[in-house]
Design a protein around this ligand. Structure first.
Ligand SMILES: *[C@@H]1O[C@H](CO)[C@@H](O)[C@H](O)[C@H]1NC(C)=O
Ligand SMILES: *[C@@H]1O[C@H](CO)[C@@H](O)[C@H](O)[C@H]1NC(C)=O
Ligand SMILES: *[C@@H]1O[C@H](CO)[C@@H](O)[C@H](O)[C@H]1NC(C)=O
Ligand SMILES: [Zn+2]
Length: 499
């Protein structure tokens, strides 16, 4: 297989550009497996957005890279450009380490594949795009890619960082520190920890800012972040509790995260192969562990993007190391795509795990944003024992009251708590049938009597911290929410912030 593909690629490379299969308006386009430079990356995404304009939209994050390359993102969904009630949002981010380039090509290839499969009427892709809003950022660090590529792509570190020599996967606010300090003080708070951030010890890079704003302004439910240099799916936490260099760091969603990592690893022909040799002779091989690892058990990382997603937003993120070779030859890319395609697809379907629903005011029927959705695991273990365990990581409903809570199968008590309302609990059984939407449970919350009187007197609207500057029914499209101002506003007064 590998040799056949290599020959195909050599042939492609040898042909003049005009005879290579060039997309035309009428015929279906081909995707060329090669290392696309930053202009070609933009071109591929533009072509996909044009060819699939009914389900695709190209946009750039709000800041370009240090060297002014836009962070192009392709959105794919049946109604591109808007968040739809109850439709969960997903993202793939690749190439944040500029010299780890395979994920960049895989995500570009995926964009092309989703578009072609949609056009061909593939029922799985049609269903996925109609029930999921997918965002693809093939390169978070185009400047690092440029440096790695200009210098031959063989150096283990050259091009890893951005153009200010900052490793973007150490550049996010260290919310693990806040979370562990909450734990030590027996404070239950374990979500949306940007609210607790009182200062930053450094100015984040533009690429990091852009992604932070994106994370906080989009209701992502699930994501993955593609790297290279090993072959393993790595899940939170990335930072150890004690500060040890290597130590398993359980998160409240450990079971769900392990499942998510296993979905990817088990669909990849080599990641979970127990007989696979290590990437570097003598090194550890994750094959016998099923191709998955807890982040901190491998090596502790502070300021990483994976834990930032989990601790700042409703998103669950896994880090995928998609190959031993950080900069593999172009001739290997098509086989790599075939090896990763099913894993990439099946992982996106996981956006539909668990339970979702709408939280509403029982009197007016209006959606309630910022409701805390708390889950307790009450799964029966055996004849005598029922699990009775709070999962200490709440998610929040977004601006029309919709929420998503990824969960592995089990029995759960789900409680919705919103300011000014009586809390409400539903008991659910999660089974996660494959390729189906999540179980639906809505919450119709009864207003607290005295609170509604208070509201009448003051004319105040209920609602939580983040969105309550918008009157009911006048909330802007979540995508356009000027959250950066909100975020920057909160950060502006802090030490060492030159904003
Ligand atoms: C920044 O980019 C320029 C142009 O690609 C390159 O010459 C320079 O080495 C880069 N600097 C760093 C620190 O990456
Ligand atoms: C709930 O408990 C069951 C039984 O112990 C377990 O299999 C499952 O993973 C738990 N769910 C979560 C989300 O932790
Ligand atoms: C049921 O599970 C509990 C908790 O894991 C264990 O302590 C107990 O021994 C089990 N009982 C039986 C009958 O298997
Ligand atoms: Zn990396």
């Amino acid at each position: 297989m590998r040799i056949v593909w290599a020959v195909t690629c050599v042939l492609w490379a040898a042909l003049p550009a005009q005879t290579a299969v060039v997309p035309t308006k009428s015929s279906e386009a081909e995707f060329e497996w090669k290392h696309h430079n930053n202009q070609e990356l933009e071109q591929v995404l533009k072509e996909v957005a044009e060819r699939c304009h009914d389900v695709a939209r190209l946009y750039a994050l709000n800041k370009p890279s240090v060297r002014n390359v836009p962070l192009w993102t392709l959105e794919l969904s049946d109604n591109p450009g808007q968040h739809e009630l109850l439709e969960p949002e997903f993202k793939y981010v690749a190439n944040m380490h500029g010299n780890e380039v395979m994920g960049r090509e895989l995500v570009l290839g995926l964009a092309h594949h989703l578009c072609q499969a949609w056009r061909a009427g593939d029922p799985h892709v049609r269903k996925l795009l109609s029930i999921t809003r997918i965002h693809l950022l093939p390169s978070m660090n185009p400047d690092g890619w440029q440096l790695a590529s200009d210098t031959g792509g063989r150096d283990y570190l050259k091009g890893r960082a951005n153009n200010n020599s900052v490793d973007l996967n150490r550049d996010f606010p260290d919310l693990d520190r806040i979370m562990y300090s909450n734990e030590a003080r027996h404070v239950q708070h374990n979500n949306h920890l940007m609210d607790q951030l009182r200062g930053l010890d450094h100015q984040p890079q533009p690429e990091t800012w852009a992604v932070m704003k994106w994370i906080m302004g989009t209701p992502f439910v699930l994501s993955a972040n593609l790297h290279g240099g090993d072959l393993v799916a790595n899940y939170p936490y990335d930072a150890s509790r004690s500060g040890a260099a290597q130590e398993y760091a359980y998160s409240p969603d450990d079971s769900t995260f392990r499942h998510l990592a296993q979905v990817y690893a088990s669909r990849h022909p080599r990641m979970s192969d127990p007989h696979r040799p290590p990437c570097t002779p003598g090194d550890y091989t994750f094959g016998p562990d099923g191709g998955v690892t807890n982040g901190a058990a491998w090596y502790s990382v502070r300021g990483g993007m994976q834990d930032f997603n989990y601790l700042s937003s409703n998103d669950l993120e896994v880090t995928l190391e998609v190959g031993c070779d950080k900069y593999p030859p172009a001739s290997s890319l098509q086989q790599e795509w075939l090896d990763n395609k099913e894993a990439l697809m099946e992982y996106m379907w996981q956006t539909h795990l668990g339970v979702k629903g709408v939280v509403r005011d029982s009197l007016t029927g209006q959606g309630i944003p910022n409701t805390l959705i708390h889950v307790k695991n009450i799964t029966r273990i055996n004849d005598t024992h029922v699990r009775d365990e709070d999962i200490n990581h709440d998610v929040t409903s977004v601006h029309n009251g919709d929420y998503w809570r990824l969960l592995v199968p089990g029995d759960y008590e789900v409680t919705a708590t919103a300011e000014g309302y009586l809390p409400l609990t539903h008991t659910i059984t999660v089974t996660n049938p494959p390729h189906q939407e999540a179980l639906r449970r809505d919450f119709d919350l009864a207003p607290l009597p005295d609170d509604s009187m208070l509201r009448q007197v003051t004319g105040e609207d209920e609602g939580g911290e983040v969105y309550d500057t918008y009157p009911r029914g006048q909330e802007p499209n979540l995508y356009e929410l000027p959250l950066e101002d909100d975020l920057l506003g909160r950060l502006r007064d802090m030490d060492r912030m030159p904003y």
